[in-house]
Design a binder for this molecule. Structure first.
Ligand code: B1M
Length: 210
């Protein structure tokens, strides 16, 4: 097994100590940091993603794998310039106002990040104003909102309306997700689309950004 395959395997197994050790060894050998990311760390998440989609891996395992990938990324990131890392686009993500659930949102953020998107995570209980300010500041291609409560999902419409009023909707896609939502609800509130899970969110962002 090559060093890259070994690293990918540690990510797939959620072995963050292994991922840390092999990433360090590859850095010490002078291997190109981008190769470590693409052929080792991201390659590991590429094994995870279809298995999660097929129901062969579950949320805790995916989170462990994403952590292992992040452990390696932390070591490699300081060695590369931001401009060297190809990005599929910037996604701002957050759980809407009044809602503190973040397990699913964090999973979506991790899968998007491992899929090559730059993710700015605003956290939980994110006000309408905070989404609008972040959109102005970071100029993202996508805003992703998460809600787990039937009461807080209504804040999504307020946020979309505020983004429209601020003139920010033209080049900005809005996606929504969370257990009580549906594709019908996303259409009703004027979102671009709905994703049922983290993998679907990644595929949706890729589709929307063409
Ligand atoms: Co809460 N809670 N909770 N809770 N909680 C639910 C959501 C509930 C369904 C439980 C129940 O009654 N059966 C219920 C909501 C009922 C409703 O509104 N119809 C509920 C309630 C009522 C509450 C409180 C009001 C309870 C109380 O205090 N009386 C309270 C509200 C607090 C608040 O937010 N203001 C509350 C609090 C909590 C905890 C803090 C204890 C904890 C949250 C911890 C945390 O997130 N850090 C909690 C939890 C854990 C749950 C359940 C048990 C699990 C949620 C979860 O993490 N699932 C939940 C019941 C359930 O769902 N079975 C429940 C795992 C996660 C991976 O899945 O979040 O669905 P999920 O994310 C998925 C998809 O939905 C999707 O992808 C994810 C991964 O595949 N997705 C997106 C999510 N966001 C997305 C965004 C996207 C795309 C896809 O694009 C941007």
């Amino acid at each position: 097994m090559s060093d890259f395959n070994k690293l990918a395997d540690t990510v797939f197994r959620g072995d963050f100590f292994g991922a840390e050790q092999i990433t360090k060894e590859l850095i010490e050998k002078g291997i190109d940091p981008l190769a470590i990311i693409n052929q080792g760390l991201i390659a590991g998440m590429d094994i995870v993603a279809p298995k999660f989609k097929a129901g062969e891996m579950f949320v805790p395992e995916v989170m462990m794998a994403a952590r292992a990938m992040a452990t390696g990324m932390e070591l490699v990131k300081p060695l590369i310039k931001d401009t060297d890392v190809p990005s599929k686009g910037t996604v701002i993500i957050g759980t809407v106002a009044g809602d503190l659930h973040d397990i699913g949102k964090n999973l979506v953020a991790m899968i998007l990040e491992s899929g090559g998107f730059k993710v700015i995570d605003l956290g939980v209980d994110v006000s309408v104003e905070a989404f609008v300010e972040a959109a102005k500041k970071h100029n993202p291609q996508v805003i992703g909102m998460s809600a787990l409560l039937t009461t807080t999902m209504l804040a999504m419409k307020d946020t979309i309306d505020a983004l429209t009023e601020a003139g920010l909707r033209k080049n900005l896609k809005v996606i929504v997700g969370g257990a009580p939502l549906s594709v019908e609800f996303s259409a009703q509130i004027g979102a671009d689309d709905y994703a049922s899970d983290a993998m679907a969110a990644k595929e949706l962002c890729e589709k929307l950004l063409g």
